[in-house]
Design a protein around this ligand. Structure first.
Ligand SMILES: [Zn+2]
Length: 487
């Protein structure tokens, strides 16, 4: 039995034992799906059920942002509006989960071919493909944008990308092609693009350039790489991909900076950073996974240089730089980076991603110290007080620098640093006598009904403070803890 129910504003249960309940159409409708996938749709404003034809069922993928519903009638999929009127006249064997808010939907016809319809029901690409998927995010992280495309396959072909005009997107297709060729994948990709070189534009040229500057060194040609990367950037100056691929190439091949007048590496980086500092972080992560630590470090440091101290983008960069410094034995630098990561995280009211800190867990970090901990530092024991701008204040009034890592936390009680409070003689309380001029705090008249003989009268109750008062209060030296630091 399903475990969801729908209760109306008066607290009355209108549906129960449901498989799913979803809020749809930006909160204007709510649907309750029963165990057998039949459902009721409610108008949230009126509380009324939307009337429906018989035989309707709801599949379990209903995106709340969409302005339509995908429903099944007699085994066929249709697009409906929220009046539960059909938008598509024709039924389909399947309509694919739109996976977010979309204006086009992937549909499968009775011959098992996939095509694309607009959400108003018009056919955009008649069914013809063996498979079809939404383009999704960006391929290979930052590498090639495909969100506006569709990934298709036909019989006996590798998958390829098409746009809504049913044209093959050469760049996206080349970028994802030729995996079966192994080491020569880069050549396959290059040949595919070269064959169409007259048609290439913008980032497609950039992509061709990357095939001349790959990890398979024997196939590389820096002069060709520069030629295509530069053209790609010229034709698509707003593309992050084109910009960054060129900058990356020039960083490793600075001799090509002279090939074009006015070409300047640091300005290219600044441009990329302006478009998105998080991009630089992604690039750094990419190099880290590629096991190219020097490139990774370069971009992590770029993130630190190009973002404000409180930017959340810095958190990951500082953590990775801390790890690198730690591995190299530079604990002071590691602590600096970790402290900076903490600052940026707390400025963004976010926790530090602990899972990334694992290898640093054994590292001492002054900002992790807590009040009352006992540490051994430069051969002496101290009790930790609290963090300040100057460092962590210690029991003897000195400060432990925030970048200091060469100390040991001892499993010892802080009692040894404490002594009985002189102000309260260790009781935590002090007796205080107040002397003051008495004041009247209230004076409250009341009507009192009297007899026919005495008549009514007014009784007044007053409260006046005493002129002195003796009582106990918490000691203001030890705050009631009964002990204070030995000095
Ligand atoms: Zn005290």
């Amino acid at each position: 039995m399903g475990s969801y129910e729908i209760v109306n504003a008066k607290g009355k249960t209108v549906m129960k034992n449901l498989r799913a309940v979803e809020i749809l159409n930006e909160g204007k409708h709510i649907i309750g799906v029963k165990e057998d996938y039949t459902f009721e749709l409610f108008d949230v404003q009126t509380g009324e059920k939307v009337p429906q034809e018989s035989g309707l069922k709801a599949p379990l993928f209903l995106s709340r942002g969409n302005t339509f519903l995908i429903l099944i009638q007699n085994g066929n999929y249709y697009v409906y509006d929220f009046e539960l009127k059909k938008i598509t006249k024709e039924g389909y064997r399947e309509i694919k989960n739109p996976d977010g808010v979309r204006s086009s939907l992937l549909v499968k016809d009775e011959n098992f071919n996939w095509g694309i319809i607009h959400i108003d029901g018009t056919v955009q690409i008649p069914p013809q493909y063996l498979s079809l998927d939404y383009g999704g995010g960006e391929m290979n992280g930052i590498l090639y944008p495909v969100a506006h495309l569709f990934r298709a396959s036909s019989r006996n072909s590798e998958p390829f990308y098409i746009n809504l005009s049913n044209e093959v997107d050469l760049g996206a297709t080349a970028n994802s092609c030729c995996f079966v060729m192994g080491n020569q994948q880069v050549v396959g990709k290059r040949l595919m693009l070269l064959e169409q070189s007259g048609k290439l534009k913008g980032v497609e040229k950039t992509l061709l350039g990357t095939t001349y500057y790959s990890t398979s060194r024997e196939y590389n040609n820096p002069a060709e790489a520069f030629n295509w990367l530069y053209q790609g950037w010229q034709e698509a100056p707003d593309s992050q991909y084109a910009l960054v691929k060129l900058a990356e190439f020039l960083r490793s091949n600075p001799e090509f900076l002279q090939a074009q007048e006015g070409l300047n590496l640091s300005s290219l980086y600044r441009l990329a950073g302006k478009q998105s500092p998080s991009y630089l972080l992604e690039l750094a992560e990419y190099f880290r996974w590629e096991n190219q630590p020097d490139s990774a470090r370069f971009y992590y440091e770029e993130v630190v240089k190009t973002t404000p101290q409180t930017s959340y983008t810095r958190v990951g960069a500082h953590i990775e730089l801390a790890k690198m410094a730690f591995r190299e034995g530079n604990k002071t630098l590691a602590a600096e980076h970790l402290n900076a990561a903490k600052r940026a995280a707390s400025a963004n009211q976010s926790p530090l991603p602990e899972y990334k800190l694992e290898e640093l867990s054994e590292m001492n970090l002054a900002t992790n110290l807590k009040y009352g901990q006992v540490i051994l530092y430069k051969g002496e024991k101290f009790m930790v007080l609290h963090g300040t701008q100057k460092g962590v204040e210690l029991s003897n009034g000195t400060y432990l620098p925030l970048t200091e890592t060469d100390y040991k936390v001892l499993n010892e009680s802080s009692d040894q640093f404490m002594t009985s409070c002189y102000a309260c003689a260790g009781s935590g309380k002090v007796t205080k006598t107040f002397k003051m001029t008495p004041i009247t705090v209230y004076s409250k008249p009341e009507l009192v009904s009297g007899s026919t003989v005495s008549g009514d009268y007014i009784k007044t109750t007053s409260y006046t403070t005493p002129s002195s008062y003796e009582g106990q209060e918490t000691c203001s030296v030890c705050y009631g803890k009964k002990v204070v630091l030995k000095r």
